[in-house]
Design a protein around this ligand. Structure first.
Ligand SMILES: [Zn+2]
Length: 132
């Protein structure tokens, strides 16, 4: 089974997004049409597995099939204002192999602390596409 990179995948609808790391390729999320529509350009994002400017926005962590998070204390990078977020609070990693980052999450409002209000952004370039 071979998966496509972002550059190779011409048709993304309903593809399964998978962890890019060898011997893992865990299923991360299904790219339903509604998720595909959220694709947005974000410059100045934290460093991802592959250089990324495009992200899918995921509103609920439970929409993922597999995802892990690194909290601020575990982050090596300086986090700040990114795209629509006033503060980046998490980096997303694969929950199966603990590698990444594959995305990031944060709050739109700097004073927000409720984790239920985190917005998640998954790097389009860092994941692989499984057209099945
Ligand atoms: Zn993985």
């Amino acid at each position: 089974m071979s998966y496509l990179t972002y550059e190779e995948a011409k048709d993304f609808e309903n593809a399964i997004l998978r962890c890019p790391f060898e011997k893992c390729n865990a299923r991360l999320i299904k790219l339903l049409p509604a998720l595909l529509e959220t694709k947005t350009v974000i410059t100045g994002a934290p460093e991802m597995t592959r250089e990324s400017t495009q992200f899918f926005k995921v509103n609920d962590v439970w929409d993922f099939d597999n995802i892990g998070v690194l909290r601020p204390a575990e982050l090596k990078t300086e986090l700040s204002v990114v795209g629509p977020l006033a503060k980046v609070e998490r980096l997303l990693i694969c929950s199966d192999c603990d590698r990444g980052p594959l995305g990031f999450a944060g709050f739109k409002d700097d004073s927000e602390t409720d984790v239920k209000k985190l917005s998640y952004f998954l790097s389009c370039e860092s994941v692989l596409y499984d057209k099945q």
